[in-house]
Design a binder for this molecule. Structure first.
Ligand SMILES: [Mg+2]
Length: 351
């Protein structure tokens, strides 16, 4: 776990920045993305211009409207932000296979053994040049410090916290800056006379463990800038699928084939976002009499490519199913994944 290089990337005012980029007439205006005024929605993202009026995320829209009447209020266009998120993720993938997305606009990247400064600069440059957006980047030896770093010089930040400066750097910060300290833990720590991370550094770890159990040990370690958690790709997902029950049963194979094209595109995007490659493709059909059949194909070369997924599924559809009954439901699933941490050659030896 020693000598790791971890990068944390956090897009700046992500939703608002995407909207501003896509509509230049909004440039420099206070943009507020969130739920509508009518349904008592809240602010999802406020542009930096809007933040000058005191508007921030999670604030009620009506309150934001009061603070900033000339604000541009826009609905949340999740489909668009997801697209951009995939583009950002594709940039990360050029530099590492070990990526842990923690939200639509934030991720950890483990670049241990490579030059983290060079990579981080390239990531920032690619995001700016190709997507016309800015990100704030933190570089350090673990996840906690990297995330703390990316927050220090927002927007468009680039901040490094070195292991040897971590203790001093953390000392004056309020304890709520520590990972895992919410309002409840903050209050409890305050009651113990702990207000800054420095107070926690000096505190007897045994007392903290007595009080908080396992978490007490973690808090003590974090306060000293120690965090051994790995950058984790999500390996809980075993399969990803798309399916649809049709309003009217379908007998035309070309229509079904067209559906597979749509599904393949979506699945390919999802695989790309997660950094997975699939080895097994399964087509499922439920007929009008509710009988269900599935057919699978296992690939020699794992893929996340849209056309590869589509071609295999299309051939399964056309060659492995009969169409003497109408189709009520069509599904497509990819599974048997190669995860980003796996050495890719393994796929050729395992079944
Ligand atoms: Mg962000």
């Amino acid at each position: 776990m020693n000598n790791r290089s971890i990068i944390h990337v956090d897009m700046d005012a992500f939703y608002a920045s995407v909207e501003e980029r896509d509509n230049p007439s909004l440039k420099g205006k206070p943009i507020i993305v969130g739920g509508s005024l009518k349904n008592r929605g809240v602010v999802t993202t406020a542009s930096y211009e809007a933040r000058k009026y005191g508007v921030h995320s999670a604030m009620a829209i009506y309150k934001a409207k009061k603070l900033c009447p000339e604000g541009i209020f826009l609905p949340v266009n999740m489909a668009k932000y997801k697209e951009v998120s995939i583009e950002v993720h594709n940039i990360f993938k050029r530099y590492s296979r070990i990526i842990e997305p923690i939200s639509i606009d934030e991720a950890f990247i483990d670049v241990t053994g490579k030059n983290p400064f060079f990579i981080a600069k390239n990531i920032k440059r690619d995001i700016k040049n190709e997507l016309n957006l800015t990100a704030s980047i933190g570089i350090s030896v673990n996840k906690f410090l990297a995330k703390l770093a990316s927050d220090l010089e927002k927007p468009d930040g680039f901040t490094v916290i070195r292991q040897e400066e971590a203790m001093e750097f953390l000392k004056p910060l309020p304890i709520r800056k520590l990972w895992g300290v919410g309002p409840k833990t903050e209050k409890e720590l305050n009651r113990m006379g702990i207000y800054t991370i420095g107070d926690l550094q000096d505190y007897d770890i045994k007392v903290l463990v007595d009080r908080f159990g396992k978490k007490g040990r973690e808090l003590s370690y974090f306060s000293k800038g120690i965090d051994n958690r790995p950058v984790e790709i999500d390996i809980t997902t075993q399969s990803i699928g798309e399916e649809e029950t049709f309003k009217e049963d379908i007998s035309n194979v070309e229509i079904l084939d067209h559906k597979l094209k749509e599904y393949s595109l979506n699945l390919s995007h999802k695989l790309e976002l997660k950094g997975y490659l699939t080895k097994t493709i399964t087509v499922k059909i439920k007929y009008e009499d509710f009988s269900t059949e599935t057919r699978s194909s296992t690939l020699y070369i794992p893929t996340d490519d849209y056309l590869a997924i589509y071609n295999v599924s299309s051939s399964l559809l056309k060659n492995k199913f009969s169409f003497d009954k109408k189709v009520r439901l069509l599904g497509l699933t990819v599974s048997n994944f190669i995860y980003p941490n796996d050495p890719i050659q393994l796929s050729f030896h395992t079944k």
